[in-house]
Write a protein that binds this ligand. Structure first.
Ligand SMILES: C[S@@+](CC[C@H](N)C(=O)[O-])C[C@H]1O[C@@H](n2cnc3c(N)ncnc32)[C@H](O)[C@@H]1O
Length: 323
């Protein structure tokens, strides 16, 4: 068996430097906000895996069932020799794609990418063990800036599953799709797995589960600030909030201060005041209409080749070809 290799384009120091910039900007803003990538240290990645198993969290099981149904079609159309996966996480669902792609095309390599090196290392090693003969080459980087470092030695399909696309606000999403277009060659494919706009009564509990795992995941960003930047947040003093914003078509996760407090971020020499009830926006999770995303893809230079949805129209897989 060949072991997985890992390219580190974002070292621990790079992460700390980037967090310093984001924390200073976001905690000094009004309203306060932080980018969602900071949930994902080793603890945050493990909490996300727990979320995917929750009864309320329909996206993962819906996407998995959909993939199970259509991976053969995806593989036939894409004929990929290299599967690149952005924000791969544990890559559990990816096994379905890898099996189908191996059966339909000369799949040579799997390139999982993630900002969470612990999750990536575990996923890459597990896939390498399960798929002997497949070159597994992990890339630790930030998909919002360094797509140029992805390998291009064979016909590629870039998969972006788990509705992670929805964590980008529309301007970021447009830039992201344009950069994917830039790194792909004509005839290569992008596979998107996205949540669709559905009833808020189903959407909201998926981000506010009864067991409180999502709340703990949300508060993990405060633990990350404490450990990386020597902040003194007391995470228990922040309440998890998930709201459906129908105007923007996204779920917003926030952390709400339960009392007046002052927090110090020692490494930034920054003091941050919170009034009781004040919130930090920690994530948006946009939901889509297929027609809208199709138009965004066309604008970025992609032609949608196939769209599959589950029987309840909760989730879509979109296979788009780079023109
Ligand atoms: C919602 S989870 C989805 C995980 C997996 N793809 C799935 O479908 O279950 C988002 C994943 O993207 C990673 N991630 C978030 N922001 C990132 C960024 N800016 N660059 C690279 N990876 C990122 C996280 O570490 C996490 O593994």
């Amino acid at each position: 068996m060949t072991a997985a290799t890992l390219d580190i384009h974002m070292t621990d120091d790079d992460l700390t430097r980037a967090l310093r910039v984001d924390a200073r900007r976001g905690l000094s803003a009004s309203p306060k906000w932080l980018p969602p990538k900071w949930f994902y240290d080793a603890r945050g990645s493990a909490l996300f895996e727990q979320i995917t198993e929750l009864p309320e969290y329909y996206p993962t099981r819906t996407e998995r069932a959909l993939l199970q149904r259509v991976v053969g079609d995806i593989a036939r159309v894409a004929q990929a020799e290299v599967l690149v996966e952005l924000g791969a996480g544990s890559a559990v669902k990816t096994r379905l794609l890898l099996t189908a792609l191996s059966a339909h095309a000369p799949l040579r390599a799997y390139v999982p990418q993630d900002v969470s090196s612990s999750a990536l290392r575990a996923a890459a090693d597990a896939v390498a063990a399960e798929f002997p003969g497949l070159a597994v080459h992990g890339v630790v980087s930030d998909f919002t800036d360094t797509l140029e470092t992805l390998p291009h030695d064979g016909r590629r399909m870039i998969a972006f599953l788990g509705s992670t696309l929805g964590n980008l606000i529309p301007e970021e999403r447009a830039g992201f799709l344009a950069r994917i277009h830039h790194v792909l060659a004509p005839g290569e494919f992008l596979l998107l797995g996205v949540g669709l706009i559905i009833e808020p009564t189903i959407l909201v509990p998926a981000y506010d589960d009864a067991a409180g795992i999502t709340a703990e995941f949300n508060r993990n960003v405060l633990h990350v600030l404490n450990s990386r930047l020597r902040a003194d947040f007391v995470p228990e003093k922040f309440r998890h909030v998930a709201v459906w914003d129908s105007a923007n078509g996204w779920i917003e996760m926030r952390l709400e201060a339960t009392e007046d407090m002052t927090v110090t971020v020692a490494d930034l020499d920054l003091t941050v005041g919170f009034g009781r009830g004040e919130q930090i926006r920690t994530e948006v999770s946009a939901k889509f209409r297929v027609a809208g995303l199709d138009a965004e893809l066309a604008h970025a230079g992609f032609a949608t080749r196939r769209v599959w949805t589950d029987s309840d129209d909760r989730f879509a897989l979109i296979l788009a070809e780079r023109r």
